[in-house]
Design a protein around this ligand. Structure first.
Ligand code: KG4
Ligand code: ZN
Length: 336
């Protein structure tokens, strides 16, 4: 069979990224230009600033990609592009780039949902086995997705309010920690024994597969506020640990129950929060006990990158999911 080389582009949030992926699994080259340092000054991603930087960065990123891969656009078989969800101004930059290249070089345009990309980041490490359960935990998503086969996505639960990464970032802000807060809280909480000084609720501990993190976030904000009013100092490390323990507890509890109920023995974890050391260790422990095959992407592929879009795009391409130049960026695109 002929090898398929896809150029992939991603700019849904604050990373400008391009990659070339062979046959959905082999990374030829990837370039990721993060704007994290710029947005850290504001404590979060500023959409207008993000899109302006994507415009400035995209040509450089493509030039570097061609140099690194030693390939030309003529040698590419198709262009995989994140069409959503994400910040609309940011999505539009690589969308327009992808359409332009598709038109000039006469290459098919393959629309890829950002979450499908996060899921397929796992396939870059080892081939995904079906049926599987995908736990998607990122700055914008917290979802449990059942996959019977390649490119079939059935959502069985999701967050009713804040995404887990969003809760991490907001709690970090309340504790005066730097952005993005997830890794900072994770480092504070890692292998730290929490005292009994603080107690936080286990959020949405019910029979559904849905999640809710806004109550837990508010509980931290209220606790900090009350302690300040009483003139007490906050033990940041302790509170960060209690927060992380609650997050890990509810996510692992619902995930393990879903695996049992759906009789699935393959679990993959995806998205920025999949980098969380506490979550990784707890899932490893539970999956070992229950003989579940567990997979995480390599750390660099947990956060946004174009390699994952090229990985997912290959399967979309094989299924004939091709778009024309009318393709629209969708800030709230649904995974289906
Ligand atoms: O997947 P991603 O790069 O962007 C979205 O598509 O949302 O995820 C970014 C999120 C941020 O909220 C960041 O704080 C969180 O992932 N994150 C973490 C860790 N590393 C990144 N959260 C918890 N623990 C981590 N180690
Ligand atoms: Zn993402």
């Amino acid at each position: 069979m002929k090898d398929i080389y896809l150029l992939a582009l991603e700019s849904s949030c604050d990373e400008t990224s391009a990659a070339i992926i062979k046959n959905g699994r082999m990374e030829i080259a990837t370039v990721v230009l993060s704007q994290m340092d710029i947005h850290a000054n504001y404590g979060g991603v500023v959409p207008e600033i993000a899109s302006r930087h994507h415009i400035e960065n995209i040509t450089m990123v493509l030039e570097e990609l061609l140099e690194k891969s030693n390939m030309t656009f003529e040698e590419i078989d198709g262009i995989a592009i994140t069409y959503g969800p994400g910040l609309i101004g940011s999505l539009l930059i690589t969308m327009q780039t992808a359409k332009t290249l598709s038109f000039i070089y006469n290459k098919p345009l393959i629309p890829v949902h950002h979450i499908a990309g996060h899921i397929y980041a796992n396939n870059l490490k080892k081939p995904m086995q079906f049926p599987l359960l995908a736990l998607v935990v990122s700055g914008g998503h917290t979802e449990l997705i059942y996959m019977k086969e390649d490119y079939s996505f059935e959502k069985i639960g999701g967050t009713l309010d804040d995404a887990v990464g969003e809760a991490y970032d907001k709690v970090a802000r309340t504790l005066n920690l730097s952005y993005p807060g997830g890794p900072v809280i994770d480092n504070l909480a890692y292998h730290n024994e929490a005292s009994n000084a603080y107690s936080l609720p286990l959020p949405l501990d019910d029979d559904s597969y849905d999640f809710s993190f806004s109550g837990l976030k508010s509980a931290v904000i209220n606790l900090v506020h009350n302690e300040k009013q009483r003139g007490n100092d906050i033990d940041i490390k302790d509170l960060a640990t209690v927060f992380q323990n609650r997050v890990v507890e509810i996510i692992t509890k619902k995930t393990m129950r879903a695996l049992k109920e759906y009789n699935i023995s393959n679990l993959i974890v995806a998205g920025g929060v999949a980098a969380n050391k506490g979550l990784r260790e707890q899932l490893q422990l539970l999956c070992e006990q229950k003989k579940i095959d567990l997979s995480f992407p390599d750390i660099d592929y947990c956060t946004d990158n174009a390699a994952m879009i090229g990985a997912a795009g290959y399967y979309a391409f094989k299924l004939g999911k091709i778009a024309n130049l009318d393709l629209k960026a969708e800030a709230n695109a649904k995974l289906e």
